[in-house]
Design a protein around this ligand. Structure first.
Ligand code: FRU
Length: 552
């Protein structure tokens, strides 16, 4: 009797489960799926090579609560993404692409694979996931957003797709750290609404409040505001959004507000096509257009994005990320040095002068933390390049951020440049001296007038770096570094000017990245590498290496 009961219960449960995941097929590209009640998540199976399916999430009053684009699996599953149900009752799904032949939709693998669950396993499954760099637990990440420091905590938001490991469905993810090194993940900070998805932006602290400015990317790009009263964990969107609009350029985004003590008012800079626009405000809500900067200055081979504007000593630095147009193709960070009076930025260099902050290929969307202590200007960059970011060989997540860096100024000839050094917090990671490089280590190189460093593994994969004092250059060759075939734009040699001589180099290696710095800050170079096994050999010609393990 007991056994019969058990069998019956199991059967009932299976039937119930099956009933829940049977789609209502409505056409060659259209299906609906009822959600199982009482579970926290629906786990959606993703197949990256497929086209997206547009999903409207409906609640039990048939109102649409969210829209997402997910590459639902058609014939195999690459990985799952969780959608938190929060009262969702029905998914209304429209498939795109050429797989919608007559009657095929009902056969798609996703229906068999969709699961309902109270948990989602985020245990790392990627051997290229960095050890000491910030990465999202899962899903796609691009630009760092809204970074600020308050009450001993560093906040880092980021462009995040929670529903796939490629760019789509932009949200602001959220992490915090007490030491700039160990990051804790928090729930989504901002999610798309009917003004659009949530593109890049910045936060300011205003008394007890944290105020976020971001681009609402809908039919047009407009700027919106959201206020947090709990130190940046949750935000309420402002009822008067959008707060800044334009009708003259389609690319109008990435607002960066800041308090300007010189004029005792707020300023805001944002990217508008091929220039940066500057505004001012007394209350963060009403913004007055002040001026534009950029026409004829620096590099214009791509879209200007993600600006920042701040003072270091008595000069102002205007950061302008540009894509494409970087020195080695694709994305890069250029900057201008000059003066800013609260109304207008005046560049002190000739218009043709272009200055790059980092001479690697994987350093983009660099912006600084607002309100960093000790008058520091701490920045982080997205460690990838739009040329191939969607195709780097990871699945569970895509892309990490650079290590934190502190900016300063130095001069060479007539020009003032921005110096970049690893933030002092990185020193706390230095462990014991070791003989050979490991997958996560720091290498200090005392250079000679010509120094060649070759990192390699037993598969014959290698990265060659050369410092040439005579030419005043440092270069990194990743053409034989390991996996390369995911993009023709990946194999390359990057070369940086060193603005004089270099005495010591610092290299940070972390599974899939190499960040090289002149110890004095005159050169930085950030490159991804995907070796099929870690580089555990080092050969140095001219110069001496000291290797430290990283204690994380
Ligand atoms: C830069 C960028 C921003 C935009 C965001 C969208 O990488 O294109 O200009 O706000 O990414 O994800």
């Amino acid at each position: 009797m007991k056994r019969v009961l058990l069998t019956l219960t199991v059967l009932l449960a299976v039937t119930l489960m099956e009933a829940q995941v049977t789609p209502i097929v409505l056409g060659d590209s259209h299906a609906m799926l009822k959600m199982m009640q009482g579970k926290k998540f629906v786990l959606l199976p993703v197949q990256e090579a497929e086209d997206i399916a547009s999903i409207a999430v409906l609640d039990n009053s048939n109102n649409m609560v969210q829209r997402l684009n997910v590459k639902l699996a058609i014939d195999r599953v690459d990985y799952y993404v969780p959608y938190e149900l929060k009262g969702a009752a029905l998914l209304d799904i429209e498939f795109h692409g050429d797989r919608r032949q007559k009657g095929a939709v009902g056969e798609f693998v996703c229906w068999k694979e969709i699961e309902f669950s109270d948990t989602f396993d985020t245990t790392n499954r990627e051997r290229f996931r960095p050890v000491y760099h910030h990465t999202p637990l899962y899903g796609w990440m691009n630009d760092p957003n809204g970074m600020f420091f308050k009450d001993g905590t560093w906040h880092l938001y980021y462009q995040w797709n929670p529903y796939g490991s490629q760019w789509e469905n932009m949200h602001w993810g959220h992490s915090t750290s007490r030491d700039l090194i160990h990051w804790e993940t928090h729930p989504i900070a901002l999610e798309p609404d009917w003004l659009g998805s949530i593109f890049s932006g910045s936060c300011v602290t205003n008394g007890d409040e944290v105020v976020a400015f971001y681009t609402s990317a809908g039919m047009h790009q407009t700027q919106s505001m959201a206020v947090s009263k709990d130190g940046g964990r949750t935000f309420e969107k402002y009822s008067g959004n959008p707060v800044l609009t334009t009708s003259d350029v389609p690319d109008f985004r990435d607002p960066r507000p800041f308090w300007n003590e010189d004029i005792k008012a707020w300023n805001l800079i944002l990217a508008a096509g091929q220039e940066m626009r500057i505004y001012s405000s007394k209350d963060l809500k009403e913004w007055k257009y002040e001026s534009s900067f950029g026409k004829g200055y620096g590099n214009h081979s791509g879209v200007w994005e993600c600006p920042d504007l701040f003072k270091i000593n008595n000069k102002w630095v205007l950061i302008c990320n540009i894509n494409p147009g970087g020195p080695f193709g694709g994305s890069a960070t250029q900057y201008f040095v000059g003066q800013f009076d609260g109304h207008k930025f005046t560049c002190e260099s000739m218009p043709k002068v272009t200055k790059w902050m980092d001479y690697g290929k994987d350093h983009y969307a660099t912006v600084s933390f607002y309100n960093a202590p000790e008058n520091r200007r701490v920045v982080m960059a997205w460690m990838s390049n739009w040329q191939y970011a969607n195709h780097v060989p990871t699945k569970q997540y895509r892309s990490g951020n650079s290590i934190p860096r502190d900016l300063g100024l130095f001069t060479c000839g007539e020009e003032t440049y921005v110096s970049v050094v690893p933030s002092k917090e990185m020193l706390t990671l230095r462990g014991a001296k070791v003989k050979k490089p490991t997958e996560a280590c720091e290498i200090i190189i005392d250079t000679k007038s010509m120094t060649e460093i070759v990192l390699s593994n037993s598969k014959g994969e290698q990265v060659t770096m050369v410092y040439d004092a005579q030419k005043q250059t440092f270069s990194m060759d990743r053409t034989k570094s390991g996996k390369l075939s995911f993009s023709e734009a990946f194999p390359c040699v990057t070369t940086a000017p060193t603005y004089g001589t270099i005495k010591q180099l610092r290299l940070f290696i972390d599974r899939c990245s190499i960040e090289a710095f002149d110890a004095e800050g005159k050169m930085s170079m950030t490159n991804l590498v995907f070796p099929s096994e870690p580089y555990t050999n080092i050969k140095i010609k001219g110069g001496k290496a000291t290797i430290y393990e990283i204690k994380y």
